[in-house]
Design a protein around this ligand. Sequence first.
Ligand SMILES: *Cc1c(COP(=O)(O)O)cnc(C)c1O
Length: 397
Amino acid sequence: MSEKMQSIIDEAEKDLLHTYNRFQIVLDRGDGVNLYDLDEKKYLDFASGIGVFALGYGNSDYNAALKNQIDKLTHTSNYYYNTPAINAARKLKKVSELDRVFFTNSGAEAVEGALKAARKYAYLRDGNTDHEIIAMEHSFHGRTFGALSVTGNAHYREAFEPMIGNVKFATYNDFESVEKLVNDKTCAIILETVQGEGGIHPANCKFLKSLRKLCDEKDILLILDEIQCGMGRSGSMFAWQKYGVKPDIMTCAKALGCGVPVGAFLMTEKVAQNSLVAGDHGTTYGGNPLACAAVDKVLDLFESNHIIDNVKEVSGYLEEKLDELKSKYDFIVDRRGLGLLQGLEFDHPVSEIINEALSKGLILINAGANVIRFIPPLVIKKSDVDEMIGILETCLK
Ligand SMILES: *Cc1c(COP(=O)(O)O)cnc(C)c1O
């Protein structure tokens, strides 16, 4: 490593709060599916900044839209209307089949808003303030208190107790375990359509359909967290569309802005008419013209560049190649996922493999100790998959 890069890392370790054990590189620029560090070393990116940079780096249309908006106006507050937010909301409604949008600055904030909407909905129905939320074990919904309270990983929560109350955890893909927890106080069931951080576990279809039916019968709101698996990654715009199970509330972020911090929670008109009203929820930055110009352009480019068609084409190939690895190496115990959100589970921790891949110019991340997560830009080609597999295999030997 160059002295320059090392000195920046040393400085970072003095200045930034140490909440991450970072990889020892300073990323400097991106181009397509490649990233470059300060020493001009090139990396093939199979992490896309945790599923954010769906369009790849340096998309000139996207960059131009942002530059154009910067020169016009980047912030207004929500006391006024702005055109990018309206355009972005209209397009997001269309692709999500939902009716109302609230823009946030992050995924965790989208989850917060979704939980508040669900509690308000139940409050307006029966006037009580002791409603319960059912979440899933091994889920991940973010690091703020509400989102953390529904995150099914005790290790993330423990030091920060007490969480918001009245949250119960069921077993993912086990309908009976959910049913057992339901009572008259239950206001919402929240889950990821594909569990991401928890190890790449797609919901099974029967489970989701049963949840939908249960929610309809008991007037419980189904909240699907599509922050990681949404925005085309599954091979549908949102993963639930693959299952034909529509949520009452959906959260979205990560690839929504493709690099600009933005999230959203969306809901059906029925929930919108019976939950949050003026004064109930707000944000200073959320829905600002810069972030929304990004969302607007991202949704245009998804359509004009046939992003989802590419996901469908390349993901089958990626699955095939990962399955080949699995059959070749005994220590690989499972391959699972949906579209370009794939996990390869090992019988041992994968951090060494990931570090070695990085040194060989391949960026990978994990999802739990034993799972390598493949979450590349959605514009990758089969040749990128071949290159990735080539490097990965040299790290397995
Ligand atoms: C990343 C993620 C979040 C949190 O999003 P932030 O933008 O980091 O707050 C929530 N839910 C899921 C499923 C995620 O993958």
